[in-house]
Design a protein around this ligand. Structure first.
Ligand SMILES: Nc1nc2c(ncn2[C@@H]2O[C@H](COP(=O)(O)OP(=O)(O)OP(=O)(O)O)[C@@H](O)[C@H]2O)c(=O)[nH]1
Ligand SMILES: [Mg+2]
Ligand SMILES: [Zn+2]
Length: 354
């Protein structure tokens, strides 16, 4: 028996659940997604559940389908040990991106999380520009992003990585850990506990599942065999899963993220680039685009070496992408047209650089 409040159930969900309770439904949390359906935790037990036809019918997009971490209202068929998901309760937080590939869908990566661990390593994966993009989505999700740099045992000087993160996001917590040696794992537990949900996000092979095993103190999650020679690019974790922690709270393991597209808003962009935002307050014009306006403090900062040129270029690139995606609705552009324009702008930007 698990008290659902241990898993993060609170007044927010209670309120949106009220009408369903009146109909005799039960609250549950989705803990696993598989081909045929879902596994949901009702507190008493884990039950196989499928989506009731009407919610599939009502959903306007795939993003409205239940996913791991969702709180749902289920009708239990007790004798059969099955349940139907009749509604997905409003989400408290949502980390999403556009799908890899060509499909139209927004891809929901994690929901109802309090903290998101953006996991990278101090070895082959670390890439500050990619991290910057993850941070934008992180701020946007409504959860608190924390950067976790794993495999500290493989690096003489992890300080240089921490420094780079501090530079782009001074207010974000950064933790260096070695899941294999157990270093820093206790520090990660500070974000966990009763009522808290943490999601692990990052490339394949950075050690997300190994970190979970280190936290649990047991080999719960399958991890990549170090001797495996087919090595890189393979995903070891294939299903998203919510794991209930013995000390309370939950952690969500995810398969590695492949490709990251933007789906975010200016607020997220501003928070991820708050150093630029701060300098921009000194610009002569309120609505300065930091392109060629007179009295631009941002351009001046680059010239004086106080702001990295590369970082400003990245800011421009993301801003352009965001603008295009925003215009998409009003101008009724197809996804392909937006892609084409982004490519065009990237080419133009490269030419500008030369
Ligand atoms: N040296 C070292 N290796 C580690 C550490 N953590 C994980 N590894 C190794 O990195 C490899 C990948 O670890 P996983 O936990 O499977 O990585 P993952 O992020 O879960 O990967 P996906 O499930 O594919 O997304 C394994 O061979 C681990 O043994 C660490 O702290 N130090
Ligand atoms: Mg894994
Ligand atoms: Zn400016």
């Amino acid at each position: 028996m698990i008290d659902l409040r241990e898993l993060g159930w609170n007044e927010f969900f209670e309120k949106s659940f009220e009408p369903y309770r009146a109909k005799g439904l039960r609250a549950a949390r989705v803990v696993r997604e598989h081909r045929k359906g879902y596994l949901v935790c009702t507190g008493d037990s884990d039950v196989e559940a499928e989506m009731a036809g009407k919610i599939a019918y009502r959903a306007k997009s795939k993003a409205e389908y239940p996913t791991v971490g969702d709180w749902v209202a289920v009708r239990e068929l007790r004798d059969e040990g099955r349940a139907f998901i009749e509604a997905v309760l409003e989400r408290k937080s949502k980390f999403s991106r556009k799908s890899a590939g060509l499909s139209e869908d927004e891809q929901v990566v994690a929901v109802n999380i309090d903290t998101v661990f953006l996991v990278t390593d101090a070895w082959q994966d670390f890439n500050i520009r990619r991290l910057e993009r993850y941070l934008v989505l992180g701020w946007d999700s409504g959860a608190r992003p924390v950067v976790v740099i794993n495999k500290s045992d493989l690096c003489e000087d992890t300080g240089k990585y921490v420094e780079q993160v501090r530079e782009i996001a001074p207010e974000v917590d950064v933790r260096c850990v070695s899941a294999i040696e157990g270093d820093g794992i206790a520090g990660l537990k500070e974000y966990m506990g009763s009522g808290e949900t943490v999601a692990m996000l990052g490339s394949s092979g950075v050690g997300k599942s190994t970190i979970i095993n280190a936290i649990l103190g047991m080999e719960r999650q399958e991890v990549k065999d170090v001797r495996a020679e087919d090595g890189r690019g393979r995903h070891t974790t294939t299903h998203r899963e919510l794991i209930v922690l013995p000390e309370g709270g939950a952690v969500i393991d995810n398969p590695g993220m492949r490709e990251l597209h933007m789906r975010t808003d200016e607020r997220g962009l501003g928070r991820a680039f708050d150093d630029i935002q701060e300098i921009a307050e000194e610009c002569k014009f309120r609505d300065c685009m930091h392109e060629n306006e007179p009295g631009c403090a941002v351009k001046a900062a680059v010239e004086e070496g106080r702001l990295d040129e590369e970082r400003l270029a990245n800011f421009f690139r993301l801003r352009e992408e965001l603008e295009l995606w925003e215009r998409r609705d009003s101008e009724k552009l197809s996804r392909g047209q937006v892609r084409k324009r982004i490519k065009h702008q990237a080419r133009r930007a490269r030419r500008r650089k030369r």
